[in-house]
Design a protein around this ligand. Structure first.
Ligand SMILES: Nc1ncnc2c1ncn2[C@@H]1O[C@H](COP(=O)(O)OP(=O)(O)OP(=O)(O)O)[C@@H](O)[C@H]1O
Length: 238
């Protein structure tokens, strides 16, 4: 059975002050097996983030279904899942990394990574040890571990975001331009962790502008055109 199957998914937004609606994406269909990595490319505003945010249920889809094979709930339609189920899945099974850090205020970067592990039921000792490993791996300067991330640079925020999401070893990881503000060395670190997660069975959907970064990493790459996903642009199959 596939890990994620998206069938005829569509999302419209209402622009209240104009009294209009805008179809952001329509008739999206794709499916991923466990451990597969699908990349999505396409021009700005074509609807890539809308797809990812709908899988994560930041947006509630209007049409179609997003079927996820959950460890806890079995096959579940993320369009229909309850808030309680969505919260559980975000804590335990589905990770999301974007360029933006949206976290609890007055919490240090070390506490944020530890918190991600404690939520999953890890002990304090394990959480502390694993958090340090993750922060070290993504080369967040130890001087920043016990400070609040609101003053971090774009790249530092992104590396913390990636550490928080990947330390949980999620079953499904959604990456919304996770390399956007990173230098070459940090990009390689992200690549390394993606390869490790993939080898351990994590299923991934990622948006990238950097086609070079995707090469050899994604199993399929789809191009987003006119609100729909079209032809595969790179494939490692065969
Ligand atoms: N919350 C929202 N309310 C209204 N319109 C939205 C909302 N989110 C996205 N849109 C619109 O939906 C369309 C698709 O946006 P989306 O962010 O998915 O594009 P994208 O391909 O990810 O773009 P980018 O590469 O620039 O991040 C755009 O026209 C955008 O303005």
């Amino acid at each position: 059975m596939s890990m994620l199957t998206i069938i005829d998914f569509g999302k419209r937004f209402t622009i209240h002050h104009l009294g209009k609606t805008r179809q952001a994406v329509e008739q999206i269909n794709f499916s991923l097996e466990k451990g597969e990595f699908i990349g999505i490319v396409g021009k700005s505003g074509s609807g890539k983030s809308t797809i990812l945010k709908s899988i994560y249920r930041t947006y509630l889809p209007d049409t179609g279904g997003i079927f996820y094979d959950s460890d806890r709930f079995g096959r579940i339609d993320l369009c229909q899942a309850s808030e309680r189920q969505v919260l559980y899945l975000r804590k335990h099974e589905i990770g999301y990394v974007s360029q933006f850090l949206n976290v609890m205020p007055r919490t240090t970067s070390r506490q944020l990574v530890e918190q991600a592990l404690l939520e999953m039921g890890e002990s304090e000792a394990v959480a502390r040890q694993e958090a340090e490993k993750a922060l070290t791996h993504f080369e967040l300067d130890p001087k920043l571990w016990d400070t609040y991330p609101n003053t971090f640079s774009g790249g530092e925020k992104l590396r913390l975001n990636i550490a928080m999401a990947t330390v949980k070893k999620p079953r499904l990881l959604l990456l919304d331009e996770p390399t956007a503000s990173l230098d070459q060395q940090s990009k390689l670190k992200v690549r390394e962790i993606i390869e490790k997660l993939k080898a351990n069975g994590t299923t991934l959907v990622g948006i990238f502008h950097d086609i070079e970064f995707m090469e050899g990493l994604c199993d399929k790459v789809y191009d987003m055109k006119e609100r729909q996903l079209v032809h595969e642009v790179i494939s490692n199959e065969g």
